[in-house]
Design a protein around this ligand. Sequence first.
Ligand code: CTP
Length: 401
Amino acid sequence: MTAKMASKRILLGLTGGIAAYKSAQLARLLVKSGYDVRVAMTESACRFITPVTLQALSGQTAWTDLWDARIPDNMGHIELSRDRELIVVAPASANFMAKVVHGLADDLLTTLCLARDCPLMVAPAMNRQMWDNPATQRNAAQLRKDGVLFAGPDSGDQACGETGMGRMLEPEEIFEEIEAFFQPKVLAGRRVLVTAGPTVEPIDPVRGITNSSSGKMGYAIARAARQAGAQVTLVSGPTALATPAGVARIDVQSAQQMFDAVKKAVPAADIFIAVAAVADYRVASQAKQKIKKGDRKAGMTLELVENPDILGYVAKLPKPPFCVGFAAETEKLAAHAMEKRAKKGIPLLAANLAQHALGADDNEITLFDAKGEHLLGRGSKIDQARKLVAHVAAMLPRGKR
Ligand code: CTP
């Protein structure tokens, strides 16, 4: 846990709704990531989940009563949110939203919201008809006008058995919105294109040549860029990873398909970050039918031809986006990286030792630019991705949008 992370101070508010059980998981995710989580619950929230659960998960008292004698000077309505950087209300009921719109403060949580001097984020959760009701729609529009941030809602199956809009986002999705809130918006207004994962070069309909790239680093970069305010497109080879929230993903298999997708998307990109482990070669002629063992008596030889160099192509465009390349080396990191950066003609290259990074959740990247090398230190891939994004943002020509 970094000192910076520990300083993220949140007030997590719960109102009455069946989705309150998901807020236990949200509290857990936040605490695990170093957030200081103070909890306030309405009386109705306590009917769905007990303060004891939230207290155990947050490691702090879960406050429920405006008149709690333990609150210093009985100023709970001010004190409990005064040092917070964000109030997140999840689940936010229709009733709670209506109260906030009108400045009502008849319990601890609504009073804290009225007396706050930090932003408020709500994760609505209600039956689809309650959400669609013109009163709720008016209230949601007014809250947006007042600067309240929205995480969701989503549409789908509801606890009442109906299907529609009003479902609370999953805890991981709300967590992602909170994480994004805390990131400096250094890429606001920029459009970022990222390639990630391995490619698969088919031999026949059921076999292919691939590599062991997990895609984790590229996905972390797409996520960090989006959290930094960019509009992000991710061209991905086959991976087992979930699409980062708010990122447009295009799935491909082969290097040629990745090249075609990049060619199509690159005119709308200000920044191109090539993280994919693209196969340098593909099979010259792909068998139409599955190759049978018996077809080849004396072994088998595959003829390979070179794949297009996607990053090389983009970097040589007449008006290229800001290009970032990746290099996974097994030795002589600095020498290979500097040579690769010069050969590709790109402003920035991120390099790591393959044995430290492949499939792992953390990494140790070194950046190489015209000024030399910059060590990012060892850290989680999302941490490294955020540092890379900050470095890219600092290198961009100002005002170029
Ligand atoms: N790259 C690409 N298209 C390819 C090959 C690589 O866009 N056909 C990109 C990768 O996404 C990465 C960088 O280029 O950003 C890697 O550069 P490259 O010189 O191709 O690396 P290696 O293939 O690792 O080179 P070498 O085998 O010489 O180490």
